[in-house]
Design a protein around this ligand. Sequence first.
Ligand code: X90
Length: 285
Amino acid sequence: MNYKIISDSASDMLSLSGVSYATVPLKIITSEKEYIDDTNLDLEGMLCDLEKYSGRSGSACPNIGEWQDAFEGADIIFCVTITSNLSGSYNTAESALKEYLENNPDCKGAVIDSLSTGPEGCLIIEKLKELILAELSFEEILEKINEYKSSTHLLYALESLRNLANNGRISGVSAKIAGILGIRVIGKASIVGTLELLQKVRGSEKAIKSIVEYIDAHGYSGGKIRIHHCENRKAAESIKAKILEKYPSAEVVIAKTGALCSFYAERGGILVGFEGINKSELTTK
Ligand code: X90
């Protein structure tokens, strides 16, 4: 049986060894240019272009054909998508898979809604890899991955909410503070996969302190943790150091956000995905 994991590029994980893996890119679109979120992209170039550009900009999820091209040749398929509450990627992957399975009745597949993005998506992908390598059946993998993702979390610290607000991905309070200079917004992926505001702080130090406190409050106890940053390695390293101080053997990995997460998280943005307590047990919001 030929297992394959396919993620959209919102996971920021463009390659993975040891298992058959592919990504399908999301795109960032302006009236002047289209940026495809794959390994050929000049990310710093994109960020500079966007900072100079004053027109409308947005994003687009992969289409059915792009998902299906990535399925080709696989017997057992696991798709991992960005939260279905903010993107059409999940629905498109579902349609693509349904058609693929109709044409290939011996194959099996499932689309997993990360209800999140970036580093939390990575944790789900890595767990899928582990389960595939452990030679579990399709059904067992599906059960275990759903269980796993109920105890992973995503926190974010953002310096600007401009692109999120302009594209209607945040509402209410968050949209109102989108333009306030010097404010950093700390939040998390909510249980339904939307942006939930937790705190507003001033300055990088306070943002880092707040993130580390929220990591604790979500029941982190030394497991896997992934920090993705948009041109803010300094803050990522500082969070890592604080985690290692408390949990010297924690597995902390720092990586850069890809094009999609960079577009929405913007320069300075930090996303932290980690293993914690079950979301249903959370008393702190
Ligand atoms: O389909 C599309 O065009 C993609 C739309 C994506 C919109 C949101 C991306 C958010 C990226 C921002 C901070 C973390 C958010 C947590 C969400 C659950 C990163």
